[in-house]
Design a binder for this molecule. Structure first.
Ligand code: ZN
Length: 318
């Protein structure tokens, strides 16, 4: 590794732990999924970790729930580790590479992909997890970001999603998606969860930078908050100090990288703003300009990869 490359790598404060003890759950034929039924009426809540293999905070939260012997007071709780195969490929010298092996496991939850003829580790795992995701009323999908930015929720603009995220109160920033993600079907838009008439909430929480300790700490809190919100466990709400007024952004456009020449006009890590019409990036001949005033960029690509998302463009909501 060159000195420059090493300098660009963030410190790894949380290392992957061995998930072998968590492999054998209690769902026949599906590894790394644990389900606990209370025997009492109530919602079925799914807490899902490691949709992306290097987003360790979900692993920390899922392990915390299982290690602490969590059991739902009502309804049913399922805890899952999604892309363990990518997770196990982690190499501290290339910590961003284990996000996925072939496909992005958070873009292939449409019938077209799941029922299609292609194959990959992610498609196999998504097909395996399909009944697990479909069985849940409410879904918390735990993620983290490559850049060190403040945590935020991401969800389709259904009232049920915003209601849950607002009630839980932390993180305080929300990225609301009126048209969905726009670059594939994520876990939280699978099947009925992607439709307006459904009753269940399905949200992503982005807890901070992948490898920071505080990211894992927040994921552990939010996972428990989510269970408490649906009355599966008892828990004090988040302290007022962590419940600042919500700041909400509406996703306007998902920019997918088309050429190897994709470049931002200045270094971005997320939450920078651009004036309407201002140039944000170029992608070969294509210019990516801010579609609105105070255009806010989220999740800018660390390294441009053709076919992957370059940046999300959002506008602040009143
Ligand atoms: Zn992710």
């Amino acid at each position: 590794m060159t000195a420059t490359a090493a300098a660009e790598l963030p410190p790894i404060e949380v290392m992957p732990r061995d998930l072998e003890p968590y492999r054998r759950g209690n769902l026949p034929g599906i590894d790394w999924v644990h389900r606990f039924a209370s025997g009492k009426p109530g919602p079925h809540v799914l807490v899902n970790a490691l949709t992306h293999g290097n987003e360790f905070c979900g692993m920390s939260a899922a392990c915390h729930l299982l290690d602490s012997g969590v059991r739902p007071k009502i309804g049913t709780l399922t805890v899952s580790f999604a892309n363990v195969e990518a997770y196990r490929s982690f190499d501290p010298a290339r910590p961003f590479e284990s996000r996925q092996l072939v496909h992005n496991l958070n873009r292939i939850w449409s019938a077209a992909w799941l029922d299609g003829s292609e194959n990959s580790p992610e498609l196999r795992r998504a097909r395996e997890l399909r009944p697990v995701v479909a069985a849940a009323d409410h879904i918390l999908d735990i993620h983290s970001t490559s850049q060190d930015v403040q945590p935020f929720w991401v969800y389709p603009a259904f009232e049920r999603n915003g209601a849950a995220a607002l009630a839980i109160g932390r993180p305080t920033v929300h990225l609301v998606m009126p048209q969905g993600l726009g670059s594939g079907t994520p876990v939280i838009q699978h099947g009925l969860h992607g439709t307006p008439g459904h009753h269940g909430a399905a949200v992503v929480v982005e807890c901070g930078q992948h490898f920071k300790r505080t990211t894992s700490e927040l994921a552990i809190e939010v996972a428990q908050d989510f269970l408490a919100h649906f009355w599966l466990i008892e828990r004090e709400p988040a302290p007022d100090s962590q419940r600042a007024p919500a700041r909400r952004f509406e996703l306007l456009q998902t920019v997918v990288i088309q050429t190897p020449e994709f470049r931002f006009t200045r270094p971005l890590k997320g939450f920078e703003t651009f004036d309407e019409g201002e140039l944000i990036a170029t992608d070969g001949e294509r210019e990516i300009r801010a579609p609105c005033a105070d255009c806010t960029v989220l999740m800018p690509a660390r390294v441009p990869v053709v076919g992957r998302e370059g940046v999300y463009l959002a506008r602040p909501m009143a």
